[in-house]
Design a protein around this ligand. Structure first.
Ligand code: AMP
Length: 378
């Protein structure tokens, strides 16, 4: 059973079908894009009867987004196992709880301070210093619900914009790179990690993920950070931890208690994808090999599928070097509607292909892959 039937649920079901698994989804959207891969209970996240139906019909329930109400997850848990555990949702849904937990576990994070009112904002900015980032504690995603404060005068504008919500003020991290570590932990505690992935954003939305991208020493540090979270939460399933790399050090930004956009490359570039291992973990099966089969660069596709690029690409790229994933969602400005993973045998080949593909998509000016690729291990 999956709470949510968006593209993440769709990719879980695509991974699960060859494993002989069957899926039932609960999602209020009539045209939810995973629905064609199983049966769809069309109802709200707080519809008790529907949640109970899901809990009765499924052997195990998971979710495809982290804002599932914890009460809904707990209601289902009274009927069948829910993985990842609802306490992981509880922690990840509030940036203050999340950062406090990380700090307690000794995971490095930027300085932070809660902000419950206008005077507290002044105090927080004084304590943390400028520049800093003001964020809503809950329901922020893709850079929404946050504002960067560079000067004292920015405070009023940010307060007008966000002051209706509970807030957290964080130190601004002048990072050299953003990355994420994704891990899967089985019911028995067995844990596996994919390579630390480098992420590039455009307008607050993930644009590109590339892996492998970093040296072994950073990989081991990132693994130790996420292992601390997994063990503390007695976690089952896939978790992603978003990190900043600054002056050779890793700082945690946030964790996602689910498969993650920056791990979509694992479908085509790793021996076992994040989706398959999430299912293996929650179903109590042994976890698969997370080794890289091809170095990869994943491009998110936003708005509408670039059909002209897709058609032309068959002539310009070797067979099996571009992997197109169309989520079959209705096109809408800024909406994630698919992704493409570019793979190659060697790093040099990958760089050439990725640079060419970025140009084909028209994103190369903003995301200077030419300069970035090959330099990420620094
Ligand atoms: P978040 O919603 O926390 O994942 O933030 C979205 C994006 O905003 C991140 O991927 C970063 O690019 C940027 N960002 C968030 N927090 C900070 C911070 N403390 N310092 C610098 N950039 C940040």
């Amino acid at each position: 059973g999956i709470l949510g039937a968006g593209q993440v649920a769709r990719m879980l079901a695509q991974a699960g079908q060859p494993m002989g698994l069957e899926f039932v989804f609960l999602d209020p959207a009539e045209d939810a894009c995973a629905a064609e891969f199983g049966s769809h209970i069309c109802a709200g996240w707080d519809d008790e009867a529907a949640l109970k139906e899901l809990g009765r019909r499924a052997d195990v329930v998971t979710f495809d987004f982290e804002n599932v109400p914890e009460s809904s997850a707990s209601l289902i848990e009274s009927l069948c196992p829910v993985y990842p555990p609802p306490r992981a949702l509880f922690k990840s849904q509030d940036r203050m709880r999340e950062k406090t937990m990380m700090q307690t576990l000794g995971i490095p994070v930027a300085p932070f301070h809660p902000v419950a009112g206008r005077p507290e904002l002044v105090a927080a900015v004084e304590k943390i210093g400028l520049p800093c980032v003001l964020k809503t504690r809950r329901f922020g995603y893709d850079g929404k619900g946050q504002a960067v404060l560079r000067f004292q005068e920015d405070m009023e504008r940010a307060w007008q914009e966000l002051g209706d919500s509970e807030l957290i003020c964080e130190g601004f991290v002048p990072f050299q790179a953003e990355c994420s570590i994704i891990a899967a932990r089985g019911r028995n505690g067995q844990t596996v990690f994919w390579p630390l992935t480098r992420n590039l954003h455009r307008g607050g939305i993930l644009a590109i993920s590339m892996a492998p991208a970093f040296e072994r020493q950073l990989q081991l540090r990132a693994e130790a950070m996420i292992q601390g979270l997994l063990d503390h939460l007695d976690y089952t399933g896939v978790m992603a931890l978003e990190l900043f790399l600054k002056d050779g050090e890793l700082l945690a930004n946030e964790f996602a208690p689910r498969v993650h956009n920056s791990g979509h490359w694992t479908i085509d570039g790793a021996h076992t994808s994040q989706f398959e291992n999430h299912l293996r973990a929650i179903c109590g099966m042994p976890l698969g090999d997370t080794g890289v089969s091809s170095p990869s660069v994943m491009f998110n596709l936003l708005g509408e599928m670039p059909e002209n690029v897709r058609q032309r690409s068959t002539d310009h790229y070797p067979t099996d070097s571009l992997h197109w994933h169309d989520y079959h969602k209705t096109p809408r400005e800024g909406r994630k509607i698919g992704h493409v993973t570019v793979t190659a045998e060697s790093d040099t080949e990958l760089k050439a292909r990725a640079v060419q593909f970025a140009a084909d998509l028209g994103v190369s000016a903003e995301l200077n892959l030419e300069a970035i690729m090959g330099k990420t291990g620094e």
